[in-house]
Design a protein. Structure first.
Ligand SMILES: Nc1ncnc2c1ncn2[C@@H]1O[C@H](COP(=O)(O)OP(=O)(O)O)[C@@H](O)[C@H]1O
Ligand SMILES: Cc1cn([C@H]2C[C@H](O)[C@@H](COP(=O)(O)O)O2)c(=O)[nH]c1=O
Length: 274
């Protein structure tokens, strides 16, 4: 049974201090959603492994304020190009963790405004409520200390946009005993590291997903930007990006570069004529 999904409230239905629930219309697929009602709730000690994943967790420990937290955290990383199913995988893992009775919350970058701010949404339209944040460092304060201590699993989507990803993950897993599941792009449109790779040395598992090349249907590991914009961060979907295989990445970039050279030459010629 899904126990507790901690997420920001739209209608401010606060059931316990610092633990905000909104069991509202935004969770249509959660027929067995049960909010926490006991203000003294303490996460149970579990010794089993969840059936759908290899995540394990250990006994919680109480700090000097009586807060309970796990001693051993974990970090799991899901990477791949756009349209590879990163958000879908994260969403399914979070649902599964929640169904296994763990307290979960999802964070996404507030830079990604594509489908509204308060949900993570897959390219297929599946969604779950989330905390949209500019920086991960604000999470504890936003969710409240008590709720943070009760949290067992933290999902992070669009992780490439968080500059403090490494600091947050290492603290959450090493010190606070959280299981952190991180989904994001490993590479940008130029196939340069996009920040998520920084946390691989501190992760227990890394899953690289693939999409389908839009040009030939083969496995796609890269994201081609179809437009001429050159800034690294450019929030957009299929209008601007497509997943491609190596061959079509190289030819696609080649076409773009050739077009740019032609345009530049044309501009210079026009300027020298005027
Ligand atoms: N070229 C493609 N290859 C694979 N999936 C695609 C493609 N184009 C659209 N999709 C859809 O995108 C879904 C994955 O969406 P999502 O989980 O949001 O991916 P990501 O978070 O990696 O961008 C797939 O289930 C599929 O229906
Ligand atoms: C390649 C690339 C992507 N982005 C942006 C585009 C989207 O808003 C997100 C990725 O979303 P998804 O969930 O993986 O589909 O990142 C970018 O800003 N810069 C890039 O180079």
């Amino acid at each position: 049974m899904m126990k507790s999904l901690i997420f920001p409230s739209r209608t401010a239905s606060i059931l316990i201090p610092n633990l905000v629930f909104n069991p509202s219309k935004s969770l249509p697929s959660f027929s067995n959603f049960i909010p926490i009602r006991n203000p003294n709730f303490i996460p149970q000690v579990r010794s089993h492994r969840s059936s759908s994943s290899s995540f394990s967790y250990s006994s919680p420990t109480a700090d000097e304020n009586g807060h309970c937290y796990q001693t051993e955290g974990e970090i799991h990383v899901i990477v791949g190009p756009m349209f590879a199913g990163k958000t879908t995988t994260l969403l399914h893992r979070m649902k599964s963790e929640s169904s296994n009775g763990r307290n979960v919350a999802i964070i996404k970058s507030s830079k990604d405004t594509r489908y509204g701010l308060d949900s993570i949404v897959t390219h297929d339209g599946e969604k779950l409520p989330c905390w949209p944040l500019e920086a991960l460092s604000s999470f504890k304060e936003r969710i409240g200390l008590e709720a943070y201590h009760k949290l067992e699993v933290i999902g992070i989507d669009e992780a490439q946009f968080f500059e403090d990803l490494y600091d947050f993950c290492i603290k959450a897993a090493d010190h606070d005993g959280k299981t952190v599941i991180v989904a994001g792009l490993d590479g940008d449109y130029l196939r340069r590291s996009f920040g998520v790779l920084d946390i691989i040395p501190i992760a227990e598992s890394v899953t690289k997903l693939k999409a389908r090349c839009e040009l030939c249907g083969k496995p796609a590991f890269f994201t081609l930007r179809k437009t001429e914009e050159t800034e690294r961060e450019l929030v957009a979907g299929a209008d601007v990006y497509m997943p491609v295989c190596r061959k079509h990445y190289v030819s696609g970039q080649g076409v773009k570069e050739a077009a740019r050279t032609v345009l530049e030459t044309h501009k210079v010629q026009c300027r020298s004529l005027s």
